[in-house]
Write a protein that binds this ligand. Sequence first.
Ligand code: NAP
Length: 249
Amino acid sequence: MNDRPRVLILGGTGDGRALATEAAGRFTITYSLAGRTRDPVLPDAVETRTGGFGGAEALAGWIAENRIAAVVDATHPFAGQIATHAAQAATQAGTPRLKLVRPAWDETAGDAWRRVTDIAAAVSLLPSVGGNAFLSIGRQEVAAFAGVDGVRLLIRSIDPPERDDQLPDATYIIGRGPFTTSQESALLREHDIDVVVSKNAGGAATYPKIAAARQAGIPVIMIDRPLPPDDQVVSDVGAAISWLEKTLG
Ligand code: NAP
């Protein structure tokens, strides 16, 4: 058991969790979280570590010290810093690395997307698109919307915001998905939402709010993904398992 190849999975996503659980049958897995969510959902029967490594160099040291044979970066497509650090660290440690990331969503018939490149662009555009906005973009980025005038904000996050981070005029709701399209439609109606702001996360779990906006004819300010580091990329758990088997024999 102990001489099985050791794999570091950088997680914080449903796919990361699923990969950890599935790969645990053949490899010794460490599942790593940044520690942002107070009560995270964890994979079963897998060793977990929490907190930053202290930068790319320190992560390279951690990989070497723990005799990691392969790294899978299964972090969220908007977690750009850890993706860059993982790429640099794996190169430095001489350890194979894979990026597991869901394909981005595509605009489909009936959608009214306003695509922007980053949060700052979403903030600038918002007042010209609607007056009652639903933000479901994670706690970290909400602060950027502090200066937006004339727009009521409905903000959903998994954990309540820290008192200092609360925007005074916003309405906060706490909830952990996945939500169904009918739940999301009811939320949009209940709060009289006329614009949704979303990151292009991809995957099924957070898509219902996009489907609900389409059904209601509500525009979505869609924040495009940051460019990933030049990468070996797969888009599903099965392909990541195949890569591990091929790479580690
Ligand atoms: P980020 O900006 O790319 O990373 C900031 C720092 O957090 C990294 O430099 C690293 O610290 C630490 N870190 C991030 N992910 C880590 C992990 N899985 N294990 C250990 N350390 C990690 O990341 P973020 O956007 O804040 O996301 C943090 C976590 O939340 C990630 O695990 C991500 O998958 C998850 N998440 C993010 C989003 C999003 O929209 N950004 C959405 C859903 C889930 P050191 O440099 O000290 O190593």
